[in-house]
Design a binder for this molecule. Sequence first.
Ligand SMILES: [Zn+2]
Length: 446
Amino acid sequence: MRLLIQGGTIVNEGRSYKGSVVVEDDCIAEIWENGQAPRGNYDKTVDATGCFVLPGVIDEHVHFREPGLTGKATIESESRAAAFGGVTSFLDMPNTNPQTTTAGALSQKMLIAQRDSHVNYGFFYGATNLNIDSFRTLDPRAIPGIKLFMGASTGNMLVDNRQALEDVFALAAELGLPVMAHCEDSGVINANMAAAKAKYGDDPDISHHWEIRSEEACWRSSSLAVELSLKHGTRLHIAHVTTARELSLLDDAAVRRLVTMEACPAHLYFTKEDYLAKGALIKCNPSIKTEADRAALRRGLTDGRIYAVGTDHAPHLLSQKQGGCARAVSGMPMIQFSLVTMLELVDEGVLSIEQLVELMAHHPATLFRISHRGFLRRGFKADIVVVRPGNPWTVTEENIQSKCAWSPMQGHEYRWQVVHTFCNGCQVLDNGMLNGNFRGEALAFR
Ligand SMILES: [Zn+2]
């Protein structure tokens, strides 16, 4: 099968240029620049005139809820949303049921994904207070890294024992695996919640979420994670950073050698003022914070402090998103709209489209040692997304693919549209139509 994608603007490795991509079977065979006419015969030609051709997005942070929480979402439903969003690979988190904290649970997830996933997949292995010995049985080429919850969230997997934390960082360093950490201090959060309940009643209004899941809670936990990373020489990726103060941890050159930070579209897009209109739909952990924090995160996209953008795609049923700080659950779906949301920030001048490609494709591939993906290069897997600007459309319940059937972006009009998604050379999305027969493959980690 030979496929030609021609006429578009290719964005890859810091440059944008008019060109064509030739795909042979599942790999990129050639990239032609500036009007060079590719010769030969093709089984299919895709006209990308007026479009941008990017490496497929690698979403390094998703919660697809399977196994165990399939009322909220499944690998099938959320990987479908991924394909519609231009995401060709995802890295899923271990807080499912059973938790991905044993080799058996990991292979169970791999089997489900092999059967059901519309795009490529990888699964983090979860740390607990008690399972550190099992790390040695893991094949580092089969997992992106270790996920560590230094702060409780959905599906409680909190590692709060100091010795266990030391052991996780030490062993991950020894095995050459990065640690991806959710950093929020439970002590600070619990004290804030108790104080808020005393003042506002049992279910404080959602507008207080950012004060309960506070800057201080993030700072304390992120600082501890950085301290452990330096002590043990462990590669640390701090998930969903939300505050300007945490970004200042990267002022230290020794920290920058070991520590990277992730930002999520929700924290780059919303501020605490949006609780008024969106309510608990935008309740997530860590919380959405102030406008000054959002401004610092946005600057981080271009000054190198934010190394990657992942969604923390975390669907819940709409019925579970009712109530305030205590009652509503935390998390929101985002994977279908992450690329178009970030392209909107490109239009606003927050970052360049070349930087977007680094944050959403190149860097996740580099950080997690993903083999032959994340870049448009000869011999790499043909994971490609074609996006069109100037084609307004609105998010409605009808076009939401996630099983939960709601989105914090509902009613929003986007200017960019994901037109085609190619996964391993196969066109999984063709002008908004899904090829439901295609199945992705397991990512390999170098
Ligand atoms: Zn998460």
